[in-house]
Design a protein around this ligand. Structure first.
Ligand code: 13P
Ligand code: SF4
Length: 372
């Protein structure tokens, strides 16, 4: 067993070992977190100017035969001028089925890369800001995956969607938070019981995968995990959720499985401390659906706070309580109304995929898109 002092973020370990170290390893970001630009707050720009830009964006979309695909975390003005708003799986599916000439995606680079790998020859993929990357994706080093594959020739690699194309190219399957359980189910039923499985890079979602594997009656020894995490979600700890549950005892709770509180929250459910229907795990889009489905008036939301906007649009009468008000993704917030407008006006910044990587990455991406 690896010693805790020697283990670093991004390492690959047997699931049992990785889980035992969850709360002790420094999973902090390996890349710099940028400043959030002032324009990320819509109120920093006069209303008239915002309306003018929105009109221009709508005009440019028609002129260029473009669609705007936005992630749930980007600021409200951008969501309001988008053709589709959703989670990473939904955006990948919308992009893959679109025939528009231009796919402009205010989100983060790994999502733009999926569109670039799947695009039709006549299409152009644009990102409003190339600084919108991802601390979780930065944990996954393709070299480590190649090493693991060399040591486990029959091994299967499942990459979470928050990875770059070079990692996806080394993978057999991709999954998103919306279909992680379904992809795991598929892999378990389409593989031999002695085939090792590597799930990466998020160790909290990896914990979720481990519980799923155990529940399905498979030995946990098959599973290997990477010690990666998102700096925003990792910082949402059990005490944040517990405090809000204490303040709002009547509330439903919904947790993104990348959260640092995932393992503790899952234990609360599996030990029967909290009923399953009161504490659920969902993707960002799953949360938007859940807010309409649950009878509770108040919902405690454990994810990036931007998700409260599409949730509140879906159910304006509900009270949404963020588990942590500090959960802000500075990468997503690099997308502003200003740079979206410039992106469509000047056709910047084009995101292209290396043809060889795209060819290899398409296989796991297509599997992700088709499962669930
Ligand atoms: P979703 O697929 O649930 O939108 O998650 C993507 C992400 O980056 C969450 O931080
Ligand atoms: Fe990446 Fe975390 Fe931002 Fe999602 S919230 S894009 S996982 S850094």
């Amino acid at each position: 067993m690896a010693s805790i002092d020697e283990v670093v973020a991004g390492e690959i370990l047997p699931a049992k070992e990785a889980i035992s170290m969850l709360d002790q390893v420094d999973l902090g970001p390996t890349i710099d977190i940028p400043e959030i630009p002032p324009e990320a707050d819509p109120d920093s720009t006069p209303l008239e100017e915002r309306e003018r830009m929105k009109k221009e964006i709508m005009r440019l979309k028609t002129e260029r035969n473009a669609i705007v695909l936005s992630h749930n975390y980007v600021q409200s003005d951008i969501q309001d001028v988008s053709d589709a708003v959703g989670d990473s799986l939904f955006l990948a599916r919308e992009g893959a089925k679109s025939d528009a000439d231009v796919l402009c995606e205010p989100s983060v680079l790994f999502m733009n890369q999926i569109l670039a790998a799947m695009k039709k020859p006549h299409q152009t993929v644009l990102a409003p800001d190339l600084g919108a990357v991802c601390s979780l994706a930065a944990h996954a080093d393709p070299e480590r995956i190649r090493e693991w594959k060399a040591n486990h020739p029959r091994g299967l690699v499942i990459s979470y969607v928050n990875t770059y194309l070079d990692v996806k190219a080394e993978s057999d399957y991709c999954c998103a938070s919306a279909n992680a359980a379904m992809v795991l189910e598929h892999v378990l039923t389409h593989s031999d019981p002695d085939q090792p499985i590597l799930f990466l890079p998020d160790v909290f979602l990896g914990f979720f995968a481990a519980k799923f594997i155990e529940k399905s009656g498979h030995p946990l020894d098959r599973l290997w995990l990477m010690l990666g995490a998102c700096h925003v979600h990792e910082a949402i700890r059990p005490h944040h959720v517990n405090e809000q549950m204490r303040l709002h005892p009547e509330a439903a709770v919904v947790v993104h499985p990348e959260c640092g509180c995932t393992s503790a929250c899952m234990r609360q459910v599996t030990t029967g401390l909290v009923p399953e229907d009161l504490l659920q795990f969902r993707s960002t889009q799953g949360m938007v659906k859940l807010v309409r489905e649950v009878p509770q008036e108040t919902i405690i939301v454990a994810t990036e706070v931007g998700n409260l906007y599409p949730m509140s649009k879906a159910a304006p009468e509900k009270t949404l309580v963020p588990a942590s008000r500090e959960a802000l993704c500075a990468f997503m917030k690099q997308n502003t109304l200003q740079n979206l407008y410039i992106s469509l006006r000047d056709m910047v910044h084009e995101v292209e995929a290396d043809p060889d990587l795209a060819e290899r990455a398409k296989v796991p991406i297509e599997r992700m898109i088709s499962i669930g």
